[in-house]
Design a protein around this ligand. Structure first.
Ligand code: ARG
Length: 421
């Protein structure tokens, strides 16, 4: 058994889950696109190629890179897990006993694939079609449906119907996966599943992993955003106060705008000294746009709350001093363009070793200014390059298809285990 362990955004990555976009992406139609939260119809083959390169780079650093669909299949091989999953999944999708039996007949691999790709049926010789339940194309953005926080997990409550099946997949994986699973219920800091199946209105207490950043053994930053509510953050903070050693939660108040749907679309930590940010939100000289934060103190006998007017200053006061590197460079127009294509959404594989989309050229130039070498995927994968030689490095991955689904490198990863710093 391996230990779930996440106490930073930047510690050397040991184990991570991703999901290669499959038939669920190829089944997207223009009429479904908006509801399924994509901004375009992806060319699946290209998207898979981009994702494969991304996984190759991760594999060069991490000991284990899982695909969550395989993790689900490996979990479903146990009868108890299959029962747990099907019971809940059928309630979610309002499937009848007959449907459930048909799903029960599938082998674990087929069941996992159907859960992700959707249950699709051709009608009248292909002149029409229907979904018994829809595909889940956003599983590609593994960051969001669950989060490992310390040695426990949050099974997240998604804000949109399109993503509702995803926490059900993660719930089964995190309880039953042969290698990475929680040992007992006490390690679940937040659990969306009971309220989903209990029929509690979906917009209550939502929280998504793109908003949750574990900055250190003491500090978490969580966006209160278009996807994550203050009530959910408070509930999570209270659970962490009671059951963990975390000392502070900074709840960052985000604008309600699709372009900045999660905190990680405008802020990611990349090494012990730097964070990559969308500048307008972090400027002290611009109090209108700069993001205020609610500081939640977890060290006293009840949750203690104060308001701070600037996130980076508040972090500094807490001893977590980060200098901002500007996504998109110094020009506002470029900042807006590169933020939209996830320039601020870097994924950190070790302190100062990050992944980001190659299209964000101005962002890469800013990183060079603070000593980052910029490598293509090919260079990064060559035997002559040691990615763990301690040099600050950004590996550029192609994301021309992937970025159309509105997510970047951090969004596509679900870290399970990192080394302590
Ligand atoms: N952590 C993130 N920023 N995830 C981005 C998710 C993008 C996805 N299409 C959605 O709208 O939900």
């Amino acid at each position: 058994m391996s230990q779930l362990s996440i106490f930073s955004e930047i510690g050397r990555l040991r184990a991570v889950a991703v999901h290669r976009p499959g038939p669920e992406v190829d089944r997207m139609t223009p009429s479904l696109m908006h509801d399924l939260l994509f901004d375009d119809i992806l060319f699946g083959r290209e998207a898979r190629g981009e994702h494969d390169d991304f996984s190759r780079v991760l594999n060069k650093v991490a000991d284990r890179v899982f695909d969550v669909q395989d993790m689900l299949a490996d979990s479903l091989a146990q009868p108890r897990a299959r029962e747990h999953f099907l019971d809940r999944f059928c309630i979610l999708h309002k499937l009848n006993g007959q449907d459930k039996e048909r799903l029960s007949d599938l082998d674990p691999k087929e069941l996992a694939e159907t859960a992700v790709a959707g249950w699709y049926e051709d009608i009248d010789n292909g002149t029409n079609y229907q979904f018994r339940f829809p595909p889940v194309p956003n599983l590609l953005f593994m960051r969001d449906p669950a989060s490992v926080i310390g040695n426990g997990v949050s099974i997240n409550h998604m804000a949109t119907a399109a993503r509702r099946p995803e926490p059900f997949i993660l719930d089964t994986v995190l309880r039953f996966h042969p290698e990475y699973h929680i040992e007992n219920e006490k390690q679940i800091w937040f659990d969306a599943i009971p309220s989903y199946i209990g029929g509690i209105p979906e917009h209550n207490n939502t929280i998504e992993g793109g908003d949750t950043l574990v900055l250190s053994e003491d500090i978490l930053a969580i966006g209160i955003s278009i996807r994550t509510t203050q009530s959910a953050v408070t509930m999570l903070a209270e659970k962490l106060r009671r059951h963990t050693q975390f000392k502070t939660v900074f709840a960052v108040l985000m604008p309600h705008d699709r372009a900045v749907m999660h905190l990680d679309t405008v802020f990611t930590q990349i090494d012990p000294e730097h964070c990559l940010v969308f500048p307008p939100f972090f400027r002290e000289d611009n109090p209108i746009q700069s993001l205020p934060v609610i500081r939640m103190d977890l060290t006293s006998s009840s949750l203690h709350i104060t308001l701070e007017d600037n996130f980076l200053n508040a972090l500094k006061k807490e001893g977590h001093h980060l200098k901002p590197v500007f996504c998109g460079g110094t020009n506002r127009l470029d900042q807006e363009r590169e933020q939209w294509t996830d320039g601020a959404n870097a994924f950190c594989m070790a302190p100062g070793l990050i992944l980001g989309y190659s299209r964000n050229i101005k962002t890469a130039e800013e990183l060079e200014k603070v000593g980052y070498r910029i490598l293509t995927t090919e260079q990064a994968l060559s035997d002559s390059v040691d990615l763990l030689d301690g040099k600050r490095t950004m590996v550029m991955i192609a994301g021309n298809e992937l970025s159309r689904a509105r997510g970047g490198a951090r969004c596509m990863t679900f870290p399970l285990q990192r080394d302590p710093l």
